[in-house]
Design a protein around this ligand. Structure first.
Ligand code: SF4
Ligand code: SF3
Length: 539
């Protein structure tokens, strides 16, 4: 195996024996094959030249499966590989002239051993030129993130055919053997542009379906009734779970990236929606034990369970998530998921163990902040807010991420943090206070709500009468971990945001040439020490 798609990759070079994330070699290979056949499906669909909703949906779902910490179930992934080949072969039959189609498009078998053999052969190291590989994978990882957001919008009935077409076309582009570096750079930039579209689509889907997030004080303490803990990013699952459990006597708690569900008016109306439990994804071994009740993982990030865990039988997956030994809840043909088994199980469980008595304010997505913009502008003009620091992105399990807590704590009191994604857990419980009623940590929501942060920046640019978003008193100190953060980064670049500090390390998949390109054109830089970065970013 060789995988270097996330920030925790071994030695910041690549995982070769087993993933630091816990992904085993056979799972890694199955994901490589899934990417391979999905690129083949895209190529065949492009050759046919017809928009096919089912194919587009499948492509996004498949890419999503391979995101870090989404699916550890090798058997389930090979099943998806077979479904993809079947779908592709059906399309292939409609093409008379197969001349010029690549092996991605033509490869076909249902034989398990042949699939396993192929899975070993199709890894990312097949691209020999380091810069070509770097830009190809940067595109592919961006597409994975985009596909995840696209899928979340799709299940709510929102589609943008431009996004679907782009994903299919770009996937095919990454398979071409004679790639020129400038063309690949264009592809990367186009991926960012379409990433903005996908995030805008998801924003519309979420806010139209569930209302605009609003300022909310979220309770992190445990109640005394049995509960269900829901994690991941899928708000559609959240809605179905709340609705199905409303008269059951069971309470619903969010974990990690599901926290922002607390900010939506549609969800707040359920009395049995208790609040949030715990922190970001990598604390789940301990926090899932303490929760006592069942857990529903709707997407990434799953952490492999410890051998002596007590929640294996209580953890369920849905959507593109999967974990061997955990029951997977499939959607029916109408997208409905039956969570009754989880609800019944919850009734037999003890209430969660209380982890903390804490209330944290969030819900500062673009609509809410724009409503407050007069006050914000007033505070800036009065000199009470000197700077905004965008600190969105991902959290991760390594000690080096203490940097983000220390950086947040070290910021002067006239600096406001704008955040989205699970990176917030590094500083949202620190009690950083407020500036005349404006909290110093403004949480817009999930990682996809980084779109909101850009909308806020654009609104501030207008409010201050500036021409360029980079003239605002804003610094970007982004933490990345998985591929959703890759599309967020590419989207920010495509919107013209410059001088982003990226950490805790630069992606291993960026070759020195690609890093030089990003430095020269966008001023991207790695983080340094807390002291040095505070000095630069607060200057
Ligand atoms: Fe390694 Fe990250 Fe790939 Fe897991 S997802 S195998 S940790 S690079
Ligand atoms: Fe977190 Fe996995 Fe990226 Fe959605 S839950 S931000 S890491």
């Amino acid at each position: 195996m060789f995988c270097y798609q996330c920030q925790e990759t071994a030695k910041n070079e690549g995982c070769t024996i087993q993933g630091v994330c816990g992904k085993k070699e056979d799972t890694a290979n199955s994901q490589d094959l899934l990417i391979y056949v999905t690129k083949g499906l895209a190529e065949v669909a492009n050759r046919l030249g017809e928009d096919n909703e089912k194919v587009y949906e499948k492509i996004s779902k498949n890419l999503f499966v391979t995101i870090t910490n989404a699916n550890f179930d090798t058997e389930a992934i090979f099943k998806i590989v077979k479904e993809t080949i079947k779908m592709k072969d059906e399309l292939l039959e409609k093409i008379e002239d197969k001349e010029g189609l690549s092996d991605f498009a033509l490869f076909s078998t249902m034989d398990d051993s042949e699939l396993e053999k192929k899975a070993i052969e199709v890894g990312v190291l097949n691209i020999l030129n380091e810069d070509e590989r770097s830009l190809t994978e940067l595109t592919t990882y961006g597409l994975k993130g985009m596909a995840a957001y696209n899928h979340h919008a799709n299940v709510l009935g929102y589609k943008d055919v431009e996004v679907d077409r782009f994903i299919a076309k770009a996937l095919e582009e990454t398979t071409k053997a004679d790639k020129e570096i400038p063309n690949l750079i264009d592809l990367v930039m186009a991926t960012g542009e379409h990433g903005v579209k996908a995030m805008a689509l998801l924003d519309k889907a979420n806010t139209t379906s569930y209302g605009n997030p609003e300022i909310t004080e979220v309770d992190y303490s445990a109640g005394n009734k049995p509960g269900i803990l829901i994690s991941g990013h899928d708000l559609h699952d959240m809605k179905m779970l709340l609705e199905q459990s409303k008269d059951s006597g069971v309470e619903i708690y969010t974990h990690s990236e599901m926290l922002p569900a607390n900010y939506y008016p549609e969800f707040k109306q359920y009395d049995h929606f208790h609040g949030n439990y715990g922190s970001s994804w990598w604390h789940q071994n301990e926090e899932f034990e303490a929760f006592n009740g069942p857990i529903l993982m709707t997407t990434n990030c799953i952490v492999p369970m410890k051998k002596d865990n007590t929640y294996q039988d209580k953890m369920f997956t849905s959507g593109q998530a999967g974990y061997p030994g955990c029951k997977h809840i499939e959607a029916d043909e109408n997208g409905y998921k039956d969570f009754s088994e989880i609800i019944e199980l919850a009734k037999t469980c003890e209430a969660p163990t209380n982890l903390e008595d804490l209330k944290v304010v969030g819900g500062f997505a673009h609509n809410q902040v724009i409503q407050l913009s007069d006050k914000v502008v007033e505070e800036v003009k009065a000199g009470n807010i000197k700077k905004f620091v965008v600190m969105g992105g991902c959290d991760g399990r390594f000690k080096e991420r203490n940097y983000y807590s220390e950086f947040a704590q070290g910021l002067p009191e006239d600096h406001v943090i704008l955040t989205a994604g699970c990176a917030k857990y590094r500083y949202n419980k620190l009690g950083l206070g407020d500036i005349n009623g404006i909290p110093r940590v403004l949480d817009a929501g999930q990682c996809n709500d980084s779109y909101s942060l850009v909308q806020i920046a654009l609104a501030l640019k207008d409010a201050f009468g500036l021409d360029d978003i980079n003239d605002l008193p804003i610094e970007y100190n982004i933490a990345w971990y998985e591929q959703k953060a890759v599309i967020v980064l590419l989207a920010l670049l495509s919107l013209g945001v410059k001088n982003i500090h990226l950490g805790p390390t630069l992606p291993a998949f960026l070759s020195p040439t690609v890093v030089d390109f990003l430095v020269e054109n966008f001023g991207i830089s790695p983080i340094s020490t807390v002291e040095e970065d505070l000095a630069t970013m607060t200057a």
